[in-house]
Design a protein around this ligand. Structure first.
Ligand SMILES: Cc1ncc(COP(=O)(O)O)c(C=O)c1O
Length: 383
């Protein structure tokens, strides 16, 4: 059997990883400023992570939700405390798409309505409703097309007001910071507007913090920079530092009913230990503060570089837009300086998503390499 080819890949195979570095089979070392799509939160092969997962593996690695698992309760308590959502409930699943699918379904269960407002540039996953809520027609098959999803431009109030005046809206789904779109944010005032209009029309506000959450921006959630409390918050990526996990944080106004949601694998024993370890390390090593400081440091340095047009985002979720060929910049960083970075749908923007425990010396390697890259790329461009 061969693999079903659906990925455009970096032609490198990491076989070992430590902290912010990856190593291929020849021992070649790469600086990981992509973190496997923003998944590696506490760094590769963190000693606590290895220790705790190995220990749990010897006890019990998995049992389904047919039985009590007190690790889930411990995890929910800890997550509530660190995120500031102690009065919310947690539903555990396995991926970001699944979290969003459940969030939209839950909103519909709650208010009996079926339409969802989403935003231009959104990425919410690849399952049926999540992909319908993802602003890329190439990812949608005929079967995914639905009238239940309505698109609006980020920060545009009048279209949303108009839609609410004529349609029954179940929920509004918005990314904390849009990731795949090229690191784009709603204004703080827009978050307040969404909170007010959803309250007014008995619709639920869902924040997709799958990429922007878990301390990446310097606060636990990107929307924590506002005063808004969404009714539902979805999480995944950084949650398990690579162990597949997803979650839905649910406001106390939403009541649960047996069987309304479910998952075989969600919240298994190993997943909970991975999740608990990530939260422990984020706290013990002050990683949110490190993300904030590192972001400020990077932005300060990036601003001084030629051909950097704009820097967007917060903490360690940054988009750098260039006045030069971004694909060439990314390839040069990879081939000549052995640095992984991320691309985005906005072809001019490079995404920077390193592990949250990145050190100043590693940020300096990136900045120096980018400076040289920009010089060589623009020198050859002007020839
Ligand atoms: C904001 C956002 N939502 C949802 C998803 C989907 O997550 P998953 O790939 O785990 O299904 C992603 C993945 O990139 C994402 O960035």
């Amino acid at each position: 059997m061969k693999l079903f080819e659906v990925y455009s890949q970096i032609k490198t195979e990491p076989v070992r990883a430590k902290g912010v570095f990856l190593f291929d089979k020849n021992g070649k070392k790469y600086l990981d400023f992509f973190g496997g799509h923003a998944v590696i939160s506490i760094g590769h092969s963190h000693p606590e992570y290895i220790k705790n997962l190995s220990k749990q593996l010897k006890k019990i690695s998995f049992y389904s939700n047919a039985v009590i698992n007190s690790l889930q309760i411990k995890f929910a308590k800890k997550l509530g405390k660190i995120s500031g959502y102690e009065d919310y409930s947690l539903f555990l699943c396995n991926s970001g798409a699944e979290a969003n699918e459940n969030a939209m379904k839950l909103a519909s269960f709650q208010n009996g309505k079926k339409k969802v407002i989403v935003f231009t540039g959104s990425f919410h996953g690849r399952t049926s409703l999540a992909v319908a809520a993802t602003d890329n027609p190439n990812l949608r098959a005929e079967i995914n097309k639905t009238d239940n999803i309505i698109y609006c431009d980020l920060n545009d109030k009048s279209k949303i007001e108009n839609i609410f005046s004529r349609e029954e809206i179940s929920s509004v789904l918005i990314e904390g910071i849009q990731g795949v779109a090229g690191i784009k944010s709603a204004d703080i005032e827009y978050w307040n507007f969404l909170r007010d209009i959803t309250n007014k029309h008995n619709a639920l506000l869902i924040a997709d913090e799958i990429q922007s959450g878990y301390g990446r921006t310097g606060k636990f959630f990107a929307h924590s920079f506002t005063d808004v409390k969404p009714d539902i918050i979805t999480i995944a990526k950084g949650m398990g530092n690579g162990f597949p996990m997803g979650g839905v944080l649910i406001s106390p106004v939403i009541n649960s009913k047996i069987e309304m949601l479910g998952s075989t694998f969600g919240g298994g024993h190993l997943a909970c230990v991975a999740g608990l370890t990530v939260l422990d390390v984020i706290q013990k090593e002050n990683l949110m503060k490190n993300a904030r400081k590192s972001g400020e440091y990077l932005i300060g340095k990036l601003k001084k570089l030629n051909n950097v047009k704009e820097i967007r985002g917060k903490g360690l979720m940054l988009g750098i837009e260039f006045n030069a060929d971004t694909q060439k910049i990314r390839n040069t960083l990879l081939n000549d300086y052995k640095i992984f970075t991320g691309i985005s749908w906005d072809k001019k923007t490079l995404r920077i998503l390193p592990p949250l425990n990145v050190k100043k010396s590693e940020l300096d390697i990136f900045i120096k390499s980018l400076e040289k890259t920009l010089k060589s790329c623009t020198d050859t461009d002007s020839r």
